[in-house]
Design a protein around this ligand. Structure first.
Ligand SMILES: *Cc1c(COP(=O)(O)O)cnc(C)c1O
Length: 389
């Protein structure tokens, strides 16, 4: 058989070697402690699961759902945006439920990118922005996220010829992997830049509810003009610990959402209806759960950041997201440092270079592991550091 050339565009997986080592150690019965996975350890709240179970028992939810999603779900999403951000959305055309936001992020590239087209993609970033660009036949143009710029891209240094040729602009705040946040004034600059160059903006925002010290992240949709040029991806995954249930949404520009809907309606048949009903329950539900959960992450964040600085990584506590982005000690690449921690401390972290070349020199720690595991991980790191000196 002959596979498509499209698949050859996907770069080789960088962490083959590290993952092989982890599998080998685990096969030998060693306890590898992982800070590498960005997936909440806390279960989905009971009231959401109870609703899901009841919905699963109703035969009307056993049939094909509509790709456009239940009208009640679209309404719950619109109301949630209204309540949380003061953003008004037209339920009939400015809301599109997704099978997890990753699904929409992957598919939207196929609505905009033809062979040779450019998408502006942050470096480092969630890999799906660049991979979907490549699969659609396009070229990512990487915008470096530098620490001295607060991990925000600098639109003024993008060459005019690139901006002219680009069709999509990807942004993600609160940011994975850096934990950086963006204020409305930055989003306004992005809107102006997009208008000037006739670009469509995709803002990926699954972490707006994971925030600390009383900070409330903004939505891209809050700035004037956002709806004219862009959409925002959001998700129930990180807010309600629903990564396994696969449900998210895109909101904003009606033309972009219609394009995504037209593509999707030929590829998928929507989100299982019982899960949509559980999502309605989640979105309409109380917010005290989020506050309680953020207090847990915040406590973990503070312990971890303190320990990392003690062992020679430079890390600042993130205001949002559940990631700590640490600069590795001098003399190591990010892969060398991750390998050292794995070999000597049985601790797995994600090398920053996996998110783009500008991520070199950093490693990402996730806070989504139970407290006693996190404490154990910190103990291992401190022990490693003592023996390494
Ligand atoms: C987790 C994550 C997603 C994917 O979320 P799903 O809704 O579960 O598909 C998208 N973007 C970023 C940056 C993420 O970290």
């Amino acid at each position: 058989m002959r596979l498509s050339h499209r698949l050859d565009k996907l770069p080789p997986y960088l962490f083959v070697e590290i993952n092989r080592k982890i599998a080998e150690k685990r096969a030998k019965g060693e306890d590898v402690l992982s800070f590498a996975i960005g997936d909440p350890d806390i279960p989905t709240p009971d009231y959401i699961i109870d609703r899901l179970c009841r919905a699963a028992q109703d035969p009307s939810n056993h049939r094909y759902p509509e790709t456009s999603g239940l009208p009640e779900l679209c309404l719950a999403i619109a109301k949630w945006y209204q309540r949380r951000f003061g953003v008004e959305l037209d339920v009939s055309k400015e809301v599109l439920p997704l099978i997890g936001s990753k699904e929409g992020i992957g598919h939207i590239s196929f609505c905009f990118i033809d062979t040779g087209d450019i998408a502006l993609v942050p470096d480092p970033s969630y890999p799906v922005y660049s991979m979907s660009t490549l699969l659609a036949g396009g070229e990512p143009y990487y915008m470096p996220l530098k620490e001295e710029n607060g991990f925000l891209p600098d639109f003024t240094v993008i060459p005019a010829a690139v901006a002219k040729k680009a069709k999509l602009l990807w942004l993600n705040y609160p940011n994975n992997p850096t934990g950086a946040t963006a204020e409305p004034i930055f989003f306004k600059m992005a809107v102006d830049f997009a208008k000037k160059h006739n670009l469509a903006i995709c803002h990926d925002a699954p972490y707006t509810e994971v925030a600390y010290d009383g900070y409330k992240p903004s939505s891209f949709m809050q700035v004037p003009g956002a709806k004219e040029v862009g959409i925002e991806f959001h998700s129930l995954s990180k807010t309600y610990n629903m990564t396994g249930w696969r449900i998210g949404m895109a909101v904003g520009n009606a033309q972009m959402l219609d394009a995504l809907f037209r593509l999707k309606s030929n590829l998928d048949s929507g989100i299982p209806q019982a899960i949509q009903i559980a999502a309605i329950e989640a979105l309409n539900g109380p917010s005290y759960f989020t506050e309680k959960q953020n207090a847990v992450y915040q406590r973990r964040r503070d312990k971890l950041v303190k320990a990392l600085n003690e062992i020679g990584l430079k890390a600042t506590p993130p205001k949002a997201s559940f990631y700590v982005w640490g600069r590795v000690p001098p003399g190591y690449t990010s892969i060398q440092f991750a390998t050292e921690l794995l070999d000597k401390a049985n601790v797995a972290v994600t090398p920053g270079v996996g998110y783009g070349s500008v991520g070199e020199g950093y490693v990402r720690f996730s806070l989504t592991l139970p407290d006693e595991r996190l404490d154990d991980g910190i103990r291992r790191l401190l022990l490693w550091s003592k023996s390494a000196r």
